[in-house]
Design a protein around this ligand. Structure first.
Ligand code: 13P
Length: 255
């Protein structure tokens, strides 16, 4: 982390976990544990948990995000949720382009770009996920894959709008596998993403953007990962479901 120039952000991604009542109970538990954090703390929760999360986090330093949003303002898209709906509720963040959306729900770089546009247009902050699968890493094309995902997603995003975007580098082989990228691997790709941003925008934009790491980040390995200069926090799945573990990660990023 380079806290003097950019924000460290620890975000939980609950995925398809916790009912609304469980969300409220969890947040009540978490609030005192992260009250003194010097990094930003975000929890991204299932749509049906959002209202409870917003109510329970009111007056605290925990911010609330959704896990996806549609690109259209409204319309015949059964089962989808539009960005203006989230914005009106008071939701601040939205995860876009998660590898599980890409793998199981037909998300492409193009739909990631469209959803990003909708989120930005509605004043939401985007946590934009990029990352290679194992075969791509083994083929030595991680930079090409992550570079392309980043470039397409940010197509049409201005330098001013970029201030509302966080990039989360999540190597797919590290997600939910217990196989974390080494701090060096995370640093290497996060640094590469920063060079992509410098080319797309300029050095100032590249230095300012928050780039997280995600993939089996936990209470034990968080400190070493966020100790790297280009790793500005994390997007945490499994370990964000346990308040003590999540709070330990927040504390590691608050040092
Ligand atoms: P895990 O922390 O469970 O590996 O998940 C990471 C992730 O996908 C966060 O978005």
């Amino acid at each position: 982390m380079k806290k003097d120039v950019r924000k460290a952000v620890i975000a939980g991604n609950w995925k398809m976990n916790k009912t609304p009542a469980e969300a409220t109970a969890f947040i009540e538990e978490l609030k005192p544990l992260v009250a003194d954090a010097s990094c930003d703390v975000v929890i991204c929760v299932p749509f049906v948990d959002l209202q409870n999360a917003l109510d329970a986090t009111k007056g605290s330093n925990i911010k609330v995000g959704a896990e996806n949003c549609h690109w259209a303002t409204n319309g015949a898209f059964t089962g989808e949720v539009a960005a203006p709906m989230l914005a009106e509720m008071g939701v601040e963040y939205v995860v876009i382009g998660h590898s599980e959306r890409r793998a199981y729900f037909g998300e492409t770089d193009e739909t990631v770009q469209m959803r990003t546009r909708a989120a930005i247009d509605n004043g939401l902050k985007v946590i934009l996920c990029v990352g290679e699968v194992l075969e791509q890493r083994e083929q030595g094309i991680t930079e090409e894959v992550v570079g392309l995902q980043t470039k397409v997603a940010l197509g049409g995003v201005s330098k001013e709008e970029l201030k509302n975007i966080i990039i989360a580098y999540e190597p797919v082989w590290a997600i939910g596998t217990g196989k974390t990228a080494t701090p060096e691997q995370a640093e290497e790709v996060n640094h590469y993403i920063r060079t992509v941003i410098a080319k797309l925008y300029d050095d100032e934009a590249a230095e300012a953007i928050t780039i997280q790491y995600g993939g089996s980040m936990n209470a034990k390995n968080a400190e070493e990962l966020v100790g790297k200069v280009d790793v500005d926090g994390g997007l945490i799945g499994g370990a964000s479901l346990k308040s003590a573990d999540f709070a330990t990660i927040v504390a590691a990023a608050s040092k």
